[in-house]
Write a protein that binds this ligand. Structure first.
Ligand code: 5GP
Length: 186
């Protein structure tokens, strides 16, 4: 059986990655990996759906056991992709999307050279800033940290094969779907 394709979607927070990835999951029926994290759940985030929320002790224990494909420290919290979120789906022929930061993205590319690397960004830095401020889910200090991190993430764009600029949800969604379909045919 033909294996599924692996897609890595990265880019600054506030660029709209999560929204687009969720829509693409609904429209194409692929597997969107659920990451593990040590950050606290935001309002409305459900354990096992948004993330596998765990404390640092559990995260590090599972990391030492070799359960992760990649891990990274982002905004002071650990994040990681569990191998169990990837391998069985690829083996079953399903496409898998990882929505992860650039440090994690580069680790995945090392291990899966065939992974398709997609960079997501807002049309401008100003727009990115407005989106981060507008989200209202985080405190002022967290937003400042996220902005700093966002500007740093932007410098990784040239390490990715394709860029999607999120002008509108529909256009960005169509662009990502085209990238995924194109890979299926190649
Ligand atoms: P948030 O806390 O806003 O959900 O995510 C913060 C950042 O962590 C985003 O850039 C997101 O892509 C990244 N992230 C989420 N899950 C993972 C993961 O499993 N691994 C890595 N390396 N980054 C992740």
């Amino acid at each position: 059986m033909r294996k599924g394709n692996l897609f890595v979607v990265s880019g600054p927070s506030g660029a709209g990655k999560s929204t687009i990835c969720k829509l693409v999951r609904e429209r194409l029926g692929l597997h969107l990996s659920v990451s593990a994290t040590t950050r606290a759940p935001r309002a409305g985030e459900v354990q096992g759906a948004a993330y596998y929320f765990m404390d640092e002790e559990e995260f590090l224990r599972r990391k030492n056991r070799g359960e992760f494909l990649e891990t990274a420290l982002v905004h002071g919290h650990y994040y990681g992709t569990l191998l169990s979120e990837v391998e069985k789906y690829l083996d079953a022929g399903e496409d898998v999307v990882l929505e992860i930061d650039v440090q994690g993205g580069l680790q995945v590319k090392e291990k899966y050279p065939r992974a398709k690397m997609v960079f997501f960004k807002a049309p401008s830095e100003k727009e990115l800033e407005e989106r981060l401020l507008g989200r209202g889910a985080d405190s002022g200090e967290t937003i400042r940290l996220r902005l700093e991190n966002a500007l740093r993430e932007l410098t990784y764009e040239d390490k990715y094969e394709t860029t999607v600029v999120n002008h509108t949800v529909e256009q960005a969604c169509a662009d990502l779907i085209a990238i995924i379909r194109n890979e299926k045919e190649s």
